[in-house]
Design a protein around this ligand. Structure first.
Ligand SMILES: C[C@@]1(CC(=O)O)c2cc3[nH]c(cc4nc(cc5[nH]c(cc(n2)[C@H]1CCC(=O)O)[C@@](C)(CC(=O)O)[C@@H]5CCC(=O)O)C(CC(=O)O)=C4CCC(=O)O)c(CCC(=O)O)c3CC(=O)O
Ligand SMILES: [Co+2]
Length: 304
């Protein structure tokens, strides 16, 4: 039998797309806080997968005025790296067992690229096993799940449906339909979002719930056609994203003629945008923690 793998110092990386909006950072910090609380003796560091967003924070590193105006931004953010750099730093600091938990919602373009990085890094082999830079790197699945038989994606969607109960309650109190803006992508089916919408409507039959996407389908044209068909006159708009950042502030709630808010108002609907990311929802944060725990357990990584 092969020798059992000895536990090595372990660390957690939260791999987020990122945001340039300081008002939205809190939503990510709350996830870090909860994970840190669950594992007080394990470092929990961020990686941002977006090149553009990392660059913005690095520019702010040299902007004293910005930093003084934003004491809520932790120093870590001004030098946030991609997963490549974050893992290299951890290896340099002596950590060889790494759990990467994504804050992405779907196994789309960003998550596919994240896996490409982690696969390549865990594939670095050395002549002597003791010099291998990483012993184990494991990646926790996105909020809406991934392929595979180990963790059913449908179960993740059901759990997310339950986690969104407070959004439904708020729409119910306003006598409004609940309309989510997800991100989506153009490269593979975004059918998960249709399934989520269906589950939401099954689970909360008294509040109509709709999901539309920035990229891919259901797109805004389809969404607005359905709202009109169904005679909806009042909507609460929310991002189905971890942060209420650029997409939520502009594409969803902006005052430009192409924002969802303005277009729906133009159709005669009363629109209330709610600029709160999913990271503000404690039950969503618990879902990410569950995914992290599943990944660590499956890899045999011990977190302290
Ligand atoms: C590949 C790319 C292709 C493309 O869209 O062009 C792409 C893809 C995806 N982005 C996703 C998520 C988010 N995108 C943003 C924001 C921006 N995204 C932008 C570009 C790009 N996004 C291209 C890569 C560029 C690069 O690497 O830098 C920016 C820079 C410019 C722009 O969009 O024009 C603009 C920043 C504006 C700013 O702040 O300066 C935010 C944050 C926010 O809204 O604040 C979130 C998190 C929402 C959350 O928190 O959940 C997801 C869903 C993943 C999931 O499933 O969760 C996918 C699709 C997928 O992965 O499949
Ligand atoms: Co994007």
């Amino acid at each position: 039998a092969p020798a059992p793998i000895q536990p090595e110092p372990s660390a957690i990386v939260l791999a987020a797309f990122g945001t340039t909006y300081d008002s939205a950072v809190d939503s990510l910090l709350k996830i870090q806080h909860d994970v840190q609380q669950a594992y007080p003796d394990t470092p929990v560091r961020f990686a941002f997968t977006s090149n553009i967003i990392r660059k913005r924070w690095h520019q702010r590193r040299d902007d004293r005025d910005y930093q003084v105006a934003h004491p809520e931004i932790p120093a870590e953010l001004y030098q946030v790296k991609n997963v490549l750099g974050t893992l290299a730093d951890l290896q340099n600091d002596g950590y060889r067992d790494i759990v990467v938990q994504t804050t992405l919602l779907t196994h789309g373009e960003e998550f596919t690229d994240l896996l490409a990085y982690t696969d390549a890094l865990s594939g670095i082999d050395t002549l002597k096993a003791k010099w291998k830079p990483f012993q184990r790197i494991t990646v926790g699945r996105p909020l809406m799940g991934t392929w595979g038989a180990q963790q059913e994606y449908r179960h993740d969607l059901e759990a997310l449906t339950q986690a969104l109960a407070a959004d439904v309650d708020q729409a119910r109190r306003s006598n409004a339909a609940l309309v989510y803006m997800g991100h989506g992508n153009d490269h593979l089916s975004t059918g998960l979002y249709y399934e989520l919408e269906e589950l939401m409507n099954q689970h909360y039959p008294d509040v109509p719930v709709y999901v539309g996407l920035v990229e891919g389908h259901p797109d805004f044209d389809r969404l607005s056609a359905r709202l009109q068909q169904d005679g909806v006159t009042r909507v609460q708009l929310r991002p189905l994203m971890v942060v209420a950042g650029d997409h939520a502030s502009n594409d969803m709630a902006g005052d430009e003629p192409d924002s969802w808010k303005v277009q729906l108002q133009q159709l005669g609907m009363e629109v209330e945008p709610i600029l709160s990311g999913l990271g503000n929802n404690p039950q969503v944060r618990q879902r990410y923690l569950n995914h992290l725990n599943d990944a660590a357990a499956a890899a045999g990584i011990v977190l302290k």
